[in-house]
Design a binder for this molecule. Structure first.
Ligand code: AMP
Length: 424
């Protein structure tokens, strides 16, 4: 029988990578605290309507990418493709409008999209996600963009490009859609099949097609900025002013429209120069009509999401500091036959003393155990053999310097602790 493999588009994050994720989340949590965001933990599956109504029926995500199934109670359920709609659902369900506004929330976890897998693009991937709910003020947009840039700064990332655009609102977008339809109308033979399909329902999406033949056509397309209504125009100018005050280097990109329907006004993305085709590390914007689309009152909001796999890939590509790979402080090495149980007691004492400790269970030779100790990054090897058991001692070997000392069992833990402190 053939061994079962993980489904296409999923990946196992093994021990040599998972500690990097811990670092990403630690930094994210710190920045969330700095900016006054509260973490919330949301379900991984939701009612399908949340996404079909929230994200929009005619988007790629809803039409082609959702993992939807009927559960045993005959409900249509979808594995979440993103977090924003769930955040807004939770805000409405818990009547967070009664709290002082805006409400600032963040969360993280796995998302699911049936996409064509490639480097940096998976069917199950993880995002960190930040949302400011209840604020119309352009400063909220500034804060979201500032926060995402701050997170990347603390990850030690460079070679990033921040792109911003405005996608208008239901007052000014329809006219722009028409302008685009007219503009592309005479160029249909140069556009790809998908763009020809999009032209009818969602011509803005033609702007972000990555195919060269389509990009050649979009180069000279009229820009949304010129079609913005007064309110959207002022909002865009205010966001840009706020970002300029911060000295942030941000470029306006007329083609940035984002794949989800709920965006209004600000849309932005951060691209990494080190990722290849899937180069977006972060995307977000304003979504003032999302709450209404899912059956609530009007709640303006702005937020962003960033993929953890792409953050880690960028950090690796740039050699960014990721903290230290976890290692054991002390590896207990046994010689002689009857030492295993004593060794386990010592490991237990080391752990109870706040140190990380490990030992061999496989009856390997002392040489092999020393090798494992060094592979595990142990700072000390604690050797216990028949002599040590008889004398009630342990031999402590410093793995870096090679020096050895023998100490009574009772003081070995304290000695290792002191030397660990001293070597910091
Ligand atoms: P979106 O929700 O599409 O705006 O995406 C926000 C961020 O999530 C992107 O900038 C990526 O960093 C990440 N992302 C989106 N889709 C995927 C995917 N299929 N695989 C890995 N990361 C993704």
């Amino acid at each position: 029988m053939e061994a079962i493999k993980a489904p296409r588009g999923t990946r196992d994050v093994l021990g040599d990578e998972s500690w990097k994720w811990a670092r990403v989340l630690e930094v994210t949590r710190d920045v969330a605290d700095n900016f006054g965001f509260k973490e919330i933990l949301l379900p991984i599956f939701e009612h399908t309507e949340l996404f079909s109504r929230g994200i929009g029926e005619v988007t790629d995500v809803v039409q082609k990418e959702m993992y939807t199934f009927i559960d045993r109670g005959d409900r249509s359920i979808t594995l979440r493709p993103e977090l924003t709609a769930s955040m807004v659902r939770s805000y409405l369900e818990h009547d967070m409008r009664r709290r002082p506004q805006p409400v600032k929330l963040w969360g993280w976890g796995p998302m699911f999209r049936y996409e064509r897998p490639q480097k940096g693009r998976y069917r199950q991937f993880a995002q960190i996600d930040f949302e400011i709910l209840g604020a119309q003020n352009p400063l909220a947009d500034v804060e979201i963009i500032d926060l995402s840039m701050e997170i990347f700064r603390r990850f030690g990332l460079s070679n990033l490009q921040v792109l911003i655009n405005s996608v208008g609102c239901p007052a000014c977008r329809p006219a722009y859609r028409e302008t685009l339809r007219k503009f592309f109308g005479s160029k249909t033979q140069h556009l790809c099949d998908t763009c020809n399909e999009r032209l009818d329902k969602n011509p803005l999406r033609v702007l972000d097609c990555k195919r060269t033949e389509c990009r050649d056509q979009t180069d000279s397309a009229p820009s949304m900025i010129e079609s913005l209504c007064i309110e959207c125009g002022e909002h865009f100018a205010a966001v840009r002013r706020g970002l300029e005050n911060l000295g942030a280097s941000v470029s306006v990109d007329n083609r940035l429209v984002r794949g989800l329907d709920y965006y209004t006004k600000t849309a932005y993305e951060i691209l990494s120069g080190d990722l290849g085709a899937q180069n977006a590390v972060c995307g977000g914007g304003r979504y003032d009509n999302l709450a209404e689309a899912i059956g609530g009152p009007r709640v303006p909001g702005v937020g962003f999401a960033s993929g953890i796999e792409r953050i880690v890939l960028t950090m690796e590509a740039q050699g960014a500091y990721m903290g230290r790979e976890p290692h054991v402080d002390a590896y207990v090495v046994t010689t002689g036959s009857g030492a295993e149980y004593e060794a386990y007691m010592l490991a237990h004492e080391l752990r109870a003393g706040g140190l990380s400790a490990d030992m061999d269970f496989m009856g390997r030779s002392m040489k092999a155990q020393m090798k494992t100790a060094s592979q595990a990054g142990a700072k000390f090897a604690c050797i216990i053999g028949d002599d040590e058991i008889a004398a009630g001692t342990v031999t402590i070997k410093d793995m870096e310097t090679g020096t050895q000392e023998t100490a009574p069992r009772g003081v070995a833990v304290e000695k290792i602790k002191l030397r660990k402190e001293g070597s910091r």
